[in-house]
Ligand binder design. Sequence first.
Ligand code: NZQ
Ligand code: ZN
Length: 388
Amino acid sequence: MIGDFTYENPTVLHFGKDAVSSLGGEVSKYGRKVLLVYGGGSIKRNGVYDDVMAQLSLCGADVTELSGVMPNPTYEKLLEGAGVAREHDVDFILGVGGGSVVDYCKAVAASAWCEEDPWEKYYVRMEEPSCRVIPVGCVLTMVGTGSEMNGGAVITNVEKGLKVGKVFGPALFPRFAILNPEYTFTVPVYQMVAGIFDVMSHIMEQYFSGEDDNTSDYIAEGLMRSLIRSSVAAVKDPHDYEARSNIMWTATWALNTLIGMGKTEDWEVHMIGQAVGAHTDATHGMTLSAVSLPYYRHIKPYGLKKFVRFAENVWDVDAAGMSDDNIADKGLAALKAWMIEIGVVMDLSSLGVTADMLDAIADSTFLLNGGYKILSREEVIDILKESL
Ligand code: NZQ
Ligand code: ZN
């Protein structure tokens, strides 16, 4: 481990088929007035809403509902939610849904009592809240983002053409997360696979940084191996509980800060993917899969040793008699074969991107310095072109 760090994670996890039975007890720790937040209604169709309401009534909660949180939640919707939370002076915000709902709850929790423009404060100046923050908890129904155990709160500002991820401190991490793999069985296959690639990308974007012998990288390799195995099983049979539960648990540990400890972390694929998302509203995980192979081919020469390790330790590439470059290529070829096998989107055209959009996407791409190569704008354009 090279970097110094402080590790803290306050989220309590309740995992398994009966996890929701802990919900009432958890919510009642924070007060009676609960803002129940959800998305477009999947929770009403699959019975999760009924399970949640039964628990909330058991603990005597006074519930205000806020629905219609869209995938890639917008700044406009954030302002609406902040207004509702303030008007009802809620004690607690419970998100029931995927990463969009959970991210949104954190942004609302930080914005309800914020006296400044939350976009400027959190998404431009990247400050922590200086106002009262409402505690948040969640019942997760879609796996991928890790939002259930982290401070991430990604918001899209349609007017500005920006999709920005604010990472809040532990005060905004969910106080608890209810993780029942069965709740994810009704997720459409396209979304399930997008979530799986999102998890892979989170792990890779932490793994592909630094050259030290870092415990975090060994954990990352184990998580990737489990994800690859379980994802193939889940695609064959989406009701395979063992596979879905492994994927859920892997997703949580992929982005709850653990495997980033002592590392600089890359995150450039997410920066490009988020810029694509800002201009297309495409599904998050697919924006990452569409640009990943061109990106990794591009940075491979700058982090060759790690690409060799990736090939050998994650994909079991037999390195005998091969050059480092060839071994690294075999690793990327194995990644590509797995992506095709599980069925992720492999190019930007499939997400509605056309050549005349590339300049605007490059303009919306933040350039970071934690990976093996700081990209120039021209390199972003090259990667986008290759991804088309
Ligand atoms: O709106 P509903 O009805 O809930 O439908 C959702 C939505 O249409 C549906 N869905 C969720 N659970 C379901 C279900 N449908 C049937 N059955 C279920 N059990 O799935 C669709 C996608 O949901 P969404 O929440 O948008 O997906 P995801 O979990 O991938 O979240 C994506 C958002 O999270 C951000 C992304 O940028 C994007 O805005 N991220 C958050 C991160 C974080 N907090 O750290 C990191 C990630 O890198 C990511 O950027
Ligand atoms: Zn992601």
